[in-house]
Design a protein around this ligand. Structure first.
Ligand SMILES: [Zn+2]
Ligand SMILES: [Zn+2]
Length: 88
């Protein structure tokens, strides 16, 4: 079984799957509490150098287009302080 931390991945955001797999965990609610699921969240990657790797982002569809900035990000991004770091 792969240990995510061997690859610099923390146990709060990744878990081992089977003998050779690693899966990302995902938030189930947006920073403002809307449920996130198959048709309610835009999962993306934001290229940036602040964390030494791209950021994973989860943007809530219910909040999108409103005045609310409701985006989870991991790792935290210094260029987008309005995005909420997803700490589980
Ligand atoms: Zn939301
Ligand atoms: Zn960044």
């Amino acid at each position: 079984m792969i240990e995510p931390r061997v690859y610099g991945l923390d146990d709060h955001h990744y878990r081992a799957v089977g003998e050779n797999g690693v899966a990302e965990l995902v938030p189930t609610v947006c920073p403002l509490g809307h449920p996130l699921g198959a048709d309610t969240v835009l999962i993306s990657s934001s290229p940036c150098l602040c964390a030494g790797r791209p950021h994973r982002t989860w943007r809530c569809w219910a909040c999108d287009g409103t005045a609310n900035v409701s985006v989870w990000v991991w790792p935290p991004c210094s260029r987008h302080p309005e995005w909420t770091p997803w700490a589980v």
